[in-house]
Design a protein around this ligand. Structure first.
Ligand SMILES: Cc1ncc(COP(=O)(O)O)c(C=O)c1O
Length: 446
């Protein structure tokens, strides 16, 4: 009997201990955290340096309300965060999670528009599929029907453009014409909506759970930047999942040299050691808002000193252990090993990702990319099989949220080659079990 409820009635084992890439339940069973929780615990569990920094902060103060005090922890983390940003992004606003951060970015953008005489701009265009959070504002820019539909009457849904899923549309992701094709859809949507009414475009530089690590095609990011510039539209980079190193660069958008106007951070920012998120904005956006009377927005726990002390120690550990380079290197190893599995399992139709944000997608026919029948419930069933085998992975459905099961394999950035082998072995066993169960896949010879 539990007094808690989350998504459903299912119960899970009780967590006892977590260290590095491993976790143990109270029965002593060991799990390899192959998804870093929900792509959160990027530096691994129970990092001593982070725990020490948190203990030290705890001994001094665990809470100071932002309207009463500044804190050394939040000042230091803000300075460190700015150091990691592309030039010009120089002001940080802290929150406690990704949805709060997305809301904050959209509201800052809106207040900037008002403060600069652009009151007519309020629409935030987003992509579908996408995920930007579960609060009503963040859901309005989320393209994931099962999560948005129940709440549609309660929110003002924002315009969507298709995410650039070249692998499903039979287009070459390496051809700049492909990137242009998807960016043109953004340009058309802006024209249709009325360019003067569009405030911002929000995107995940590498897709997260809704697309399963979708990497943009050649030329896409550059074209998107150009289109936004042409119409005076702000480009909000939702780096909640990609930020803090997971893709092999501090920000995902760095891979394409794309300049964001606003960066949204959470998840790996404090790596699960404390609830933390933030937005980073340029002076030219923040100053007019402050001059006009201030940002009419904020959360009670913003800039919490304990969370900020954790966040600072996390970034310092990422730097000290060279974790971003490791994420890039191990990501290549993992992707190659997943491609090996694809050779052996016909139900894997695509392997994709960047750094340690990596996924594979199940299909019933690789030639047509037809999905597995939704009735198989593959996205949940495969995760359960892997879990029983001691491997934690993460899944969702990328085709409208109702089919197109994909599995995210995103271990912490401290993972080594032996542990990648361990992950791949457990995936192999789980894939064998799963294909036997569904009787559809015809294993090919390696
Ligand atoms: C890209 C992206 N944005 C926003 C969020 C929302 O973050 P949170 O669950 O911390 O509210 C998520 C969570 O998965 C995410 O992946």
């Amino acid at each position: 009997m539990s007094y808690l409820f989350y998504q459903g009635r299912g119960r899970k084992p009780v967590l006892d201990e977590a260290r590095g890439v491993y976790m143990w339940d109270t029965d002593g069973k060991r799990y390899l955290d192959g998804s870093s929780g929900a792509m959160v615990c990027n530096i691994g569990h129970s990092n001593e340096k982070v725990l020490t920094a948190m203990r030290e902060q705890m001994e001094k103060a665990t809470f100071g309300y932002r309207l009463h005090f500044e804190t050394e922890a939040s000042e230091k983390l803000a300075a460190k965060t700015v150091e990691k940003m592309p030039e010009g992004l120089s002001k940080v606003f802290f929150v406690s999670g990704g949805s709060e951060a997305v809301e904050s970015a959209m509201k800052l953008a809106r207040q900037y528009a008002i403060a600069t005489g652009q009151d007519r701009r309020w629409k935030v265009i987003a992509r579908s599929p996408s995920y930007h959070g579960c609060t009503l504002g963040a859901l309005a820019v989320t393209g994931y029907d099962p999560l948005t539909r129940p709440f549609a009457p309660m929110m003002r849904e924002m315009p969507k453009v298709p995410a650039p899923r070249a692998y499903l549309d039979g287009l070459d992701p390496g051809d700049p014409a492909t990137g242009r094709h998807y960016a043109d859809m953004l340009a058309e949507t802006i024209e249709r909506e009325g360019p003067d009414s569009v405030l911002a475009f929000v995107l995940e530089p590498v897709g997260g759970a809704s697309t399963g690590a979708l990497v943009p095609p050649a030329g896409y990011m550059q074209a998107v930047r150009e289109i936004c510039d042409r119409h005076g539209i702000l480009l909000i980079m939702d780096e909640v999942m990609t930020g803090a190193g997971r893709t092999g660069a501090f920000l995902g958008c760095e891979h394409w040299g794309t300049r964001p106007d606003l960066v949204v951070l959470s998840k790996g920012f404090a790596a699960g050691y404390a609830p933390l998120g933030g937005i980073v904005a340029p002076d030219w956006m923040v100053d007019p808002v402050l001059d006009a009377g201030g940002f009419a927005h904020g959360f009670t726990y913003a800039g919490n000193p304990l969370a900020c002390a954790a966040g600072l120690a996390v970034i310092e550990e990422i730097e000290r252990q060279g974790m971003i380079a490791n994420a890039a290197r191990m990501g290549e190893v993992l992707k190659t090993r997943l491609e090996d599995l694809m050779q052996r399992y016909a139900i894997i139709g695509d392997v994709r990702g960047k750094g340690l944000l990596t996924a594979f997608e199940f299909v019933s026919d690789r030639r047509t990319m037809a999905p597995l029948p939704a009735s198989l419930g593959a996205c949940n069933r495969f995760v359960d099989i892997a879990y029983d085998n001691g491997l934690i992975v993460y899944s969702r459905r990328t085709r409208g949220g109702y089919e197109g099961d994909h599995i995210l394999v995103c271990p912490p950035m401290i993972v080594n080659e032996n542990q990648i082998e361990e992950i791949v072995d457990m995936l192999d066993i789980s894939l064998r079990q799963f294909t036997n169960e569904i009787h559809t896949a015809v294993p090919q010879s390696a």
